[in-house]
Design a protein around this ligand. Sequence first.
Ligand SMILES: [Zn+2]
Ligand SMILES: [Zn+2]
Length: 322
Amino acid sequence: MAGFNLMRSFLIPQLKPNKPVKSAKCLSTSSCLSGSDWVGSHPLFKHRQVVDGVFWIRERYFETSWNAANIFFIKGRDRDLLIDTGVGIFSLPQFLKSSGLREDEVKPLSVVCTHLHFDHTGGAHQFEAVDIHQIEAGFLRNGNNFMMASWVTPKEVSPKPSSEWNASNYSVKPPQLVVGIEDGHVYDLGDRQFKVIHLPGHSPGSISVHDEQNGVIATSDTLYQTDGELIDWYPGSNATHMLQSVNRLLELNLGGSVSCVLPGHNDVLDKVEAEEAARMYIEAHGTPRIIKKAFSRARATVVSKAHSVLSMPEFTREWMNS
Ligand SMILES: [Zn+2]
Ligand SMILES: [Zn+2]
């Protein structure tokens, strides 16, 4: 069985990449969290305030998944900004309304996906228009599930939308309108601005959005706290670019323009925690890891390709993700 498992572990990509931190830090002691607790009365989503006007949303129905990603909602004076859209199996717009986060449906809303992976773009089709870096806009428009690494298992989704719902049919649906944006694009919310920073590496069009005046930055999957490793080996990843991007974030942080980091996965970070996560990645960027990643990259490419063209039976998917 050991040999069998070894072969399986080679063939199956590590689909639990965003390993949460098991240390005490996992308890969200970040000084960025303004003392608020989770509002958990909704059965499918929960949210809490991070700092003034910044809200952190989680999809409760996908929370057991290691791919569960963060969604952030910024309430501006004249316009709201939604950063990422989750896996998108249930309606995020309905939650924004019913939770009171966005009662005024006429108020302008910008929706931006920090990169193309399914855990960030899955809900994009629920909105009238979404922005994404122009390098990745075509993949999202065409529903390229290979590049978006679309993958959910029945176990990860609870409750399910219906008894007929089948994980093997999950894919990222092309949104109605995808707008390509570039480095330097600014979201002006009236009382605050978020500037787009292109940070390739995790994916070719990964971005951060940075509110310099208030010291808030959303780093997506370029930087988050993990006991595993930051991912620079997916299809479309580039480890050299990732290293440059993490260094760029570190420079921004050390430059004093960041006090609160909104990562793609796991907990919200303060300046010190973010610096530590960045340094861990940079220090681990040695030759043995590069060799290890070459295997991970090959494995992820083969299996993602297979899943993008084959409809896998559910029991197979459960087994592969176990
Ligand atoms: Zn990603
Ligand atoms: Zn992610």
